[in-house]
Design a protein around this ligand. Structure first.
Ligand SMILES: Nc1ncnc2c1ncn2[C@@H]1O[C@H](COP(=O)(O)OP(=O)(O)OP(=O)(O)O)[C@@H](O)[C@H]1O
Ligand SMILES: O=C(O)c1ccc[n+]([C@@H]2O[C@H](COP(=O)([O-])O)[C@@H](O)[C@H]2O)c1
Length: 286
């Protein structure tokens, strides 16, 4: 770990607030003051402060999931979506958030939320030595709000939370001194959109809210026919953007957990810092 002599490693305007204690030890304090809703504040530090192009609509991408552990594809999803947005839409991406699901989401094999939030921060380069003032080397932020709740937060509620936080002061400067409302969209893999057509998984009202008001950027995923997966969602098709993986990556957190359990290498599949964290905390071994 490199020497740190200021209270906040990347405290400059474009950076996330990472405390020295967080960096010196990756261990999340179990009864942490840092992991309580009472001390929560919405992480705005990695958002663009102003639109580059005042004719565009500002867009924030929100990826909901377990991230147990976060893989390179989870961070790469944002880059793929941003390329798609630039080429195919009238939006301008001004930020992206990973929102790890809370512990009430009882999926087998998941690490506790406090660890998943820490691993997402490491995956998003919160302690990167390249985190220079004013640079935007990583624009992906981690919002622990969803993970901090003991009750399950449906995705529609999570997206409402982002909408509220991002637009409570009118949105973003459009570059001409006026505030403009930020549009929020869900960012997800094709397996998630497939579940939206499976009866009983999502409430009809929530689907209407998510697909009708926010929309979704879907990353193509191996073995899933996206076109088929969205047939039943046809009435929202103008809000469903399919992003093809031009360089495909079939990684999944399940595969990573299995490799770790077998004591096999996961290097170059997930961030080295996440690997260190997994080893330090003995995650996914049993
Ligand atoms: N290889 C991939 N291709 C496309 N989308 C992906 C890929 N890996 C993850 N995603 C997407 O990332 C989001 C969050 O992922 P999640 O935490 O569920 O990862 P996962 O690898 O699918 O996890 P698990 O193996 O535990 O089910 C989901 O929308 C998921 O579809
Ligand atoms: O809100 C819902 O009804 C809903 C239904 C199914 C899945 N989700 C969300 O989708 C994500 C699925 O993550 P995962 O790891 O199970 O693929 C997770 O963030 C869930 O909260 C949400």
């Amino acid at each position: 770990m490199q020497a740190i002599d200021s209270p906040s490693y990347c405290s400059q305007d474009s950076m996330q607030d990472v405390t020295v204690s967080e960096l010196q030890s990756h261990s999340p304090p179990a009864t942490s003051h840092d992991f309580e809703l009472e001390t929560y504040s919405f992480p705005t530090q990695r958002l663009k402060p102003m639109l580059d192009n005042s004719t565009k609509t500002p867009l924030v991408l929100v990826a909901c999931g377990s991230f147990s552990p976060p893989t390179h594809l989870h961070t790469r999803m944002f880059e793929m979506a941003a390329d798609y947005v630039k080429e195919n839409t009238e939006y301008e991406v001004i930020g992206g958030f990973l929102s790890p699901v809370g512990d009430a989401y009882k999926k087998a094999g998941l690490a506790p939320a406090i660890h998943r939030v820490q691993m997402c921060k490491l995956a998003a380069d919160y302690d990167s030595p390249h985190c220079l003032p004013g640079s935007r080397t990583s624009w992906i932020a981690v919002d622990p709000w969803e993970a901090l709740h003991t009750e399950y937060q449906p995705t529609a509620i999570v997206l409402d939370h982002f909408d509220q936080e991002l637009n409570k002061n009118g949105g973003i400067d459009n570059g001409q001194g006026d505030k403009i409302k930020i549009h929020i969209s869900l960012l997800a893999g094709a397996d998630l959109i497939q579940t939206m057509s499976s009866p009983g998984v999502w409430s009809t009202d929530d689907l209407e809210h998510i697909l009708g008001n926010f929309g979704v950027f879907i990353i193509e995923r191996a073995d899933i026919d996206v076109d088929e997966a969205i047939i039943a969602l046809d009435r929202w098709k103008s809000n469903i953007h399919v992003v093809h993986q031009l360089i495909s990556n079939d990684i999944s957190s399940t595969k990573i957990r299995m490799q770790v359990k077998r004591d096999m290498s996961v290097r170059y599949l997930i961030s080295d810092r996440v690997i260190e964290y997994i080893n330090e905390h003995g995650l996914y071994r049993s």
